[in-house]
Design a protein around this ligand. Structure first.
Ligand SMILES: [Mg+2]
Length: 218
């Protein structure tokens, strides 16, 4: 865990979902691969060809942008697939039910955090996939539809800071009192720092379990 910035009195915590509120590298990779299968089919290529091509595209993009990481949604967009189709592919093909299971420790953690902070989620996944994910993890009550800013909320992906400003608006909390928590610096933290928020990088859900101590320990 690495704290980049913390407000003096944080009032709201904005969580990334994938690989932040659960740690499951195989499921995370399956999400990338699933979209590449669709992209390959669209362009009449094999999965391996598409993967190789997008890997090169990602690395060239990073070189042009000072080493930053491009999000998968942006890669797909740059390949000419509109956001509506990107959303439909995810909703049809993603299967959190096959990989995830209830996480009572996360639930306890969120129960504690919810006593002191407003909670929301900002994800590059769709709102319906987020709802399914939280249903499986056993944390649905903390993240109802109204507390999720997803890929389909504004129709744009992170790292756009608009998603974070939208979450602050939903929680009726000024940006300077919000803290973004995520596993990817370029995607989750850069836009929130730009929006004037606090930012904490986590290695996965184990760090989220200890988040309260980290925030209070500062
Ligand atoms: Mg993530």
């Amino acid at each position: 865990m690495k704290i980049y910035r913390l407000p003096e009195k944080p009032k709201a915590l904005l969580f990334d979902m994938d690989m932040t509120l659960y740690s499951h590298p195989v499921y995370a990779q399956s999400q990338v691969d699933t979209l590449l299968v669709r992209l390959a089919a669209r362009y009449g290529k094999t999965f391996e060809e598409m993967k190789g091509e997008t890997d090169v595209y990602r690395s060239e993009w990073a070189q042009k942008h000072g080493g930053e990481t491009i999000s998968l949604s942006k890669v797909i967009l740059d390949y000419g697939v509109g956001m509506a189709e990107n959303i439909r592919w995810r909703e049809e093909d993603y299967k959190p039910e096959l990989y995830l299971k209830p996480d009572p420790r996360l639930r306890e953690t969120l129960e504690r955090l919810a006593r002191s902070y407003k909670l929301a989620v900002v994800t590059n996944n769709t709102v319906s996939i987020a709802l399914r994910t939280f249903g499986i993890l056993g944390t649905a009550e903390f993240f109802p539809c109204s507390r999720i800013v997803g890929l389909d909320t504004l129709g744009i992906p992170k790292p756009h800071k608009s998603l974070y400003l939208k979450a602050a608006e939903i929680l009726k909390t000024e940006a300077a009192s919000c803290v973004s928590i995520g596993d990817r610096y370029d995607i989750d933290l850069v836009p929130s720092l730009e929006a004037g928020m606090g930012a904490i990088l986590v290695d996965g859900v184990e760090d989220v379990y200890n988040l309260e101590d980290s925030i209070h320990g500062i």
